[in-house]
Design a protein around this ligand. Structure first.
Ligand code: ADP
Ligand code: ZN
Length: 755
């Protein structure tokens, strides 16, 4: 077989098909396709008697194929390769590092529309061709007066017109055209119709329309200097931009982007949330448009057509800059020289499904692959990034002041344990201090935002007599009560039923609902301020692109007095007229089984506080908590980043948690708990024996959420100084470990979600 793979290498290729086969297969290339096939080509191949699409990973093969067994690929589907050589390397790395299946990684990397072989949307144009002689024209008028009319009409047009428009206007069918086309009196051309998402974002604010650049503050200028220095030097490096909220980090990024595109470099700009992409893309476009550089937007809410066009613009080199959420880290940007990861601490950068990659970490890897600069920015950097600064892997640029001398807001803590004891707001989730300040702002025509800590489960049903809590039968978590329709719903499996009037256990009437959702807060505040316009924003409105934009637009224009939402809406919002921010249940995120609980709580308080006082008026923040003395809350109140970082890193060091070691989480699940437990224990023994001296194994233990959708969950934690060095071995041991088919397992490298 050796001869086969070497001398005619382009006549055999290895293909990974999108069909659950999960292995590269070798195919012969028919002579007609040999020119077109390159690594990364999308091809159609025969597989299990079907025709499937797949990607060529390499030319040639090391596989030994019995003679006559090699099947022939059918065709090359896309004009551009769907992966570049660079992206094929990245693909191989991601498969290894995240212990993921090749197919899942390809699906994350290549948008579905592209994978399915979508083509550009073309519009057919029609124009006059050769002129008929006078004789021919007469004949035509006699035999086919309608066709003659059509021809005359088109002759009056100065430029080619869309065929469909003309036919509609003339009330004629395609066949009339056809006859004229066949005589050559008309000609047709196809023109690609690009669909550019968010073209209309430019009206977000005055600055963005004109693209005027503000004079940099001293701190911004220093950061820009050192970043441009790094760009000039070239080569791979990572810089943390640690700037307090409102210090103007975006402006620093924009300067880096401009310098990069000026020298022909490509840029990927990541934002943590789909909803933030339009805002940022508007700013970037306003700056780059004048240079004739095209920017595209990239995230999961685009239509297939928009996706395709964005992809094509990058793949063809027509656009050099992409702004997008997590998956944009895989965008086919050419000559990539700059990666920006804004709000790098956000857990949303981690995909909680296969492949379980972290957008920031992939960005850093991809920057290294391209000898490029990666800037990760945040007001509350992750401990991982802070530690990388501490040990010299990342450089750091800091901004301590807000632009325009705005003060950081004053933060008040309200001890809700005391609040509960007295006063007319006894037991209310809105403290009297918060209520007073809301009234004050409303009277001054200033705006407020109220955040509800979303972690944990908001409103559950509780029997005050026997203490019964309604739990989902399939998942071991409390059901959430929805006030609008009086239903109880499980947030994990979506099971639902009407909330009972009496306790199902002791039959006592007067069942209660504890905790509070955004809706309850909205109702309460409306009672305090009947004339105020209050709007609630939750996961639902976040997923509707237009609704979200409308609400934010109304808020910006001052049509809304108070915005109520979960911390989901905290990210990156910048409204100058907001002078009050309230955080309800600040400590809810502290009491979860997660070694990052303190970090998350600190980040949450600092981030939501950062939404206040961004204009000329000073802002105030009210943090409601039952544990006012908890260190992350105290550090956040004093905006003491150093203090928090030192203490938290010390804690992590003591327990040898990330960032000091990598964590790999291995979850086993299945309907039969004994069986799952049996296999995870067997597996733990195998692993301990084989790798006990290179990794620390903890568990097996029941997962914090014991059961989801009737599947019982157990987990193992592995700690290792380097994930990449151990993961291959774990995966290959796992491949040789046989389990019953109704027990499943999943490996999560550098997990963020520990429940
Ligand atoms: P961050 O991301 O650091 O929280 P932003 O980048 O959102 O801050 O900037 C906050 C606000 O300050 C924005 O409205 C931005 O337009 C404005 N801004 C940024 N830099 C300057 C500057 N040098 N002069 C005046 N305004 C600025
Ligand atoms: Zn459930």
């Amino acid at each position: 077989m050796a001869a086969m793979k070497t001398d005619k290498s382009t006549s055999i290729v290895e293909v990974v098909a999108f069909s659950g086969f999960d292995k590269a297969l070798a195919y012969a290339v028919p002579p007609t396709c040999r020119q077109a096939v390159v690594p990364g080509s999308l091809v159609r191949v025969p597989l299990r008697r079907r025709s499937e699409l797949g990607v060529v990973l390499r030319l040639g093969t090391d596989q030994t194929i019995p003679p006559g067994k090699l099947k022939m690929l059918y065709e090359v589907v896309q004009e551009y390769p769907v992966l570049t050589e660079e992206l094929i390397d990245l693909f191989r790395w991601a498969v290894r590092y995240y212990a993921s299946s090749p197919e899942a990684v390809l699906e994350a990397m290549i948008p579905a529309a592209i994978r399915r072989g979508m083509k550009s949307k073309t519009l057919r144009y029609i124009a006059v061709g050769t002129s008929p002689s006078a004789e021919e024209m007469m004949q035509l008028k006699k035999r086919a007066p309608r066709q003659a009319e059509l021809l005359r009409f088109i002759q009056t047009q100065l430029k080619p017109q869309p065929r469909a428009t003309i036919l509609k206007r003339m009330g004629m069918s395609v066949s009339a055209c056809q006859a004229l086309l066949s005589k050559g009196w008309l000609v047709e051309t196809d023109t690609e119709q690009p669909r550019i998402a968010y073209e209309d974002e430019l009206d977000e604010s005055a600055e963005e329309i004109t693209g005027t650049r503000p004079t940099l503050t001293t701190e911004q200028a220093q950061c820009v200097d050192s970043i441009l220095g790094a760009i000039e030097r070239g080569g791979f490096s990572v810089r943390l931009l640690h700037g307090v909220t409102g210090s103007g980090k975006t402006e620093v990024y924009l300067n880096a982007v401009e310098r990069t595109v000026a020298s022909g470099g490509g840029v990927i700009f990541l934002v943590p949330e789909v909803a933030l992409a339009p805002q940022t893309v508007g700013r970037v476009r306003a700056r780059l448009e004048a240079r004739g550089v095209k920017t595209v937007v990239w995230h999961s809410h685009l239509s297939d057509g928009e996706r395709y066009d964005a992809w094509k613009a990058l793949a063809s080199g027509a656009a050099h800059v992409v702004v997008g959420a997590r998956s944009a880290v895989f965008a086919p940007v050419q000559n990539l020289q700059l990666m920006i990861v804004d709000e790098e601490h956000e857990p949303s950068y981690k995909q909680e499904d296969n492949p379980r990659y972290h957008g920031r970490d992939v960005a850093v890897y991809r920057a290294s692959q391209n000898e490029a600069l990666c800037i990760v920015g945040s007001a509350t950097p992750s401990l991982e990034s802070l530690y990388n600064v501490e040990r010299g892997k990342y450089a750091v640029d800091r901004m301590f002041k807000r632009v325009d001398h705005c003060e950081l807001p004053r933060i008040h803590l309200v001890d809700m344990r005391r609040e509960g004891l007295t006063g007319r707001h006894k037991g209310s989730p809105v403290s009297s201090m918060l209520a007073e300040k809301l009234i004050d702002r409303f009277e001054k025509k200033e705006q407020s935002i109220l955040f509800l800590n979303r972690r944990g489960f908001s409103t559950s049903m509780l029997c005050p007599d026997c203490g019964y809590v309604a739990e989902c039968g399939q998942c071991s978590i409390p059901m959430t009560y929805h006030r609008t329709d009086g239903y109880l719903r499980c947030h994990l499996c979506a099971q639902e039923y009407k909330a009972p009037q009496n306790c199902p256990k002791c039959r006592a009437p007067g069942i209660r609902f504890r905790g509070h959702g955004t809706q309850k807060i909205e109702d309460l505040v409306q009672k305090i301020l009947p004339r105020a316009t209050i709007v609630r924003m939750d996961a639902d409105s976040m997923s509707k692109k237009n609704l979200y934009r409308k609400i934010l637009g109304d808020f910006r224009r001052g049509r809304i007095d108070i915005l109520v939402g979960t911390q989901m809406i905290a990210k990156g919002l910048d409204f100058p007229n907001v002078t009050l921010v309230g955080l309800i249940d600040a400590d809810k995120s502290l009491h979860v089984e997660d070694f990052r609980a303190a970090e998350r709580t600190f980040q949450l308080i600092v981030q939501v506080s950062g939404r206040a006082g961004r204009g000329d008026r000073a802002g105030e923040v009210i943090i409601q908590t039952s544990t006012p003395h908890a260190p992350p809350i105290q550090f956040a109140r004093k905006s003491d980043f150093e203090g928090f970082q030192l203490e938290e890193l010390e804690q992590r060091r003591e327990f040898n948690y990330p960032p000091f070691r990598h964590l790999i989480r291995h979850l086993f699940r299945g309907r039969n708990p004994e069986k799952v437990n049996f296999y995870i224990e067997q597996w733990a023994k195998v692993l301990e024996q084989a790798m006990g001296d290179s990794i620390e194994i903890r568990g097996p233990a029941v997962a914090p959420i014991e059961k989801i959708r009737d599947e019982y969950r157990f987990q193992l934690w592995y700690f290792a100084p380097s994930a990449s060095q151990v993961i291959q071995r774990i995966v290959s041991l796992r491949e040789d470990f046989k389990m019953d088919r109704d027990v499943f397992d999943q490996i999560d490298v550098d997990p963020m979600q520990l429940s």
